[in-house]
Design a protein around this ligand. Sequence first.
Ligand SMILES: Nc1ncnc2c1ncn2[C@@H]1O[C@H](COP(=O)(O)OP(=O)(O)O)[C@@H](O)[C@H]1O
Ligand SMILES: [Mg+2]
Length: 298
Amino acid sequence: MKQQLHFFIGKGGVGKSTTSAITSVHLSNASVDTLLVSMDPAHNQRDIFQKDFSENPQKIGNHLSVIEIDSDYWIKKYLKETQDNIKKTYRYESAFNLQNYFNVLQFSPGLEEYALLLAFENIIRTFTDKDIIIFDMAPTALALRFFSMPFITLIWLEELLKLRNEIYAKKEIISKIKIGKKELEQDKVKLKLEMMIRSHRSLRDLFRSRATVINLVMNNDKLSFSEAVRIKKKLADIGIQIGRIVVNKTIKKKIADEIKKEFETPKIILFPFFAKNLLGYSALNEFIDSNRESIGNI
Ligand SMILES: Nc1ncnc2c1ncn2[C@@H]1O[C@H](COP(=O)(O)OP(=O)(O)O)[C@@H](O)[C@H]1O
Ligand SMILES: [Mg+2]
């Protein structure tokens, strides 16, 4: 089986953490090697499973492990790598007074989603052996910024590379006049830009590929439905399709007509409303046992 990446996204409170936990337990019960990754800094998986999760995978049953992403760690790592890269690339650092730049870097917009992207890349590099990796995402705004990041960054990088090529061409002319036919040293900035373009393209392609399955979670209400429609549109703008619709907290075993109409193609799964608290591994299993009929095909 080729590895699949399932993302649970949607409005705050619709049940992304709950349905991603239930899906993970259900799949692992069927011997599918599953990794559940809590990407939302609110980290509700620890409340659902009643366990202290961390960046080290914790085994829950035979085929399920759970990880919690520590965004602060990844933000610090990103800042440190950025500083080291700049220092390596510009040896004339002191002349430009880069320290002032480093001081404000920690306040730059987009840090949180870059950190999540770094954490994500690390997960897919590390856990190639898993059949399925399930990502419990933060609410809409941050999740959409996470998916957009490779696309937005690529626009910047491609323009920067054009500029760099123009600068370099001019620099080459001047150096040729100065040093005759001697080769110019490799342009480190250009090489770095090209490397970043390659890694962002591969992320973009991965998000658009069949390996990525977006599970759009909503309830049978107007607000979460309207937000789901906006999410679908925003993701479509960057070439990402919705894989499955998860309608959670359903009372009637019927899919509302407007949901069916709006989301024609993707598979729709119903998660019934539960009256009791759903806390701990055995409670999740009880829920699965008593709702085989509706969630059996997830
Ligand atoms: N099917 C359900 N039936 C009843 N309550 C639910 C159901 N799914 C989730 N909840 C409750 O709704 C609240 C929000 O769920 P949660 O999974 O944390 O949402 P999200 O991750 O989307 O913010 C929690 O209190 C949770 O226990
Ligand atoms: Mg959550």
